[in-house]
Design a protein around this ligand. Structure first.
Ligand code: SF4
Length: 359
């Protein structure tokens, strides 16, 4: 059965007209699936009954199944989602002062093996489909409604969950088109951020599309240190090549590229690293997000001292770099965005249903 959540608007239109219906029916179905988030054909009340039953026979509206919901003391919500083949992924709703951000996964596991990330430890299982990627948005919106809040409070989307989005380029681009569609999910390009370690082909496609903002996981000011922290990514695209690619990334007049910098105690949080960052980014249209590592008891790295984060930030600011310290939310449920803790998934897999064959 075809999942309607797996169709772009053009695919849906071809499908609908292929079944002998006028093209405007596609627009109606589209709005039911994405803008209204319905899950049954009976609810599509402006469609003729015959068409609804035809749709029900050959298509489905399938969202990821919510396996577990964890709510942190600071109201961060982590969803553990089970995909059709039993694979598990996470999505995280992060409350802000004025709006809520949703952090999305794009792959089951990740091939990049960054040494500070437990998703990397899991290795790569498979790419997520568009329906699975956008299903996270539908589930999160439904959760808002079910808890008496307005689904529209979710204003920002960040692709910083499990996986490297630009290594799942086709499904990512299809998803971005649906997210940007006004009659679909209706997020503007400025409200969507794709975070990547820096995949050259993907950067080119994403930049040309103008469908999202860009964040780059930098984490180190030098090739040597970057190779230590994120060996696969840094060896595949050395820092000088990455910066050259980013220098030609299309930006609007006041737009900047965000550089994510996860601070690890004694590893990359020293003043010399801050000075290295100034040297690397000082002349570029850059904004640095400093993120304190959220350490668990058995982790290789430790969380930085508050004082060291402030000193680091000050060095950047004094030299004119735009920098912010991103507060880590949801620490008690291991939901810090960009460093999702796969131990939750591991625990789940340890007790998994034997019929789940994936992973
Ligand atoms: S930090 Fe991102 S790219 Fe690196 S291993 Fe984790 S999920 Fe993959």
């Amino acid at each position: 059965m075809k999942n309607l959540c797996n169709m772009t608007f053009e695919e849906l239109r071809d499908f609908v007209t292929g079944r002998g219906e006028p093209a405007y029916r596609a627009e109606q179905v589209w709005q039911w699936v994405w803008a209204k988030g319905v899950r049954s054909f009976e609810e599509m009340t402006n469609l003729a009954k015959d068409f609804r039953s035809d749709l029900a026979q050959v298509t489905e509206i399938r969202w990821p199944e919510v396996s577990e919901v964890l709510v942190s003391a600071d109201t961060t919500v982590k969803f553990l989602l089970r995909l059709t083949d039993g694979a598990l992924v996470e999505a995280v709703l992060i409350p802000g002062r004025t709006h809520t951000t949703l952090c999305l996964s794009t792959q089951v596991g990740c091939a990049m093996g960054c040494t500070f990330c437990s998703t990397g430890d899991m290795g790569f299982a498979r790419n997520m489909t568009m329906a699975e990627i956008l299903g996270q948005v539908l589930v999160a919106r439904q959760h808002m409604k079910d808890t008496g809040r307005d689904a529209k409070e979710i204003k920002n989307l960040v692709f910083m969950g499990m996986g490297e989005p630009l290594l799942n380029l086709d499904e990512l681009m299809r998803s971005l088109a649906v997210l940007n569609s006004e009659s679909g999910l209706g997020f503007s390009q400025r409200r969507i951020t794709v975070s990547t370690v820096g995949i050259l082909k993907g950067l080119e496609v994403l930049g040309d599309s103008e469908l999202a903002m860009l964040a780059v996981s930098l984490h180190a000011p030098t090739q040597e240190l970057r190779e230590q922290l994120m060996p696969t990514a840094a060896k595949a695209v050395p820092l000088d090549q990455l910066m050259a690619a980013l220098d030609s990334y299309p930006l609007r007049p006041r737009q900047r590229i965000t550089y994510e910098y996860i601070m690890l105690k004694g590893v990359n949080d020293r003043p010399e690293h801050a000075k290295g960052l100034v040297k690397l980014l000082g002349q570029r249209k850059a904004k640095v997000n400093l993120i304190a590592y959220n350490a668990g008891p058995d982790d290789l790295y430790q969380a930085p001292e508050r004082m060291d984060i402030l000193t680091f930030e000050k060095i950047l600011l004094v030299k004119g770099l735009v920098a912010t310290i991103r507060t880590s939310k949801g620490q008690d449920i291991n939901a810090a965005c960009g460093q999702l803790k796969a131990d939750f998934i591991r625990r789940k897999l340890a007790n998994r249903d034997p019929k789940d064959t994936n992973q």
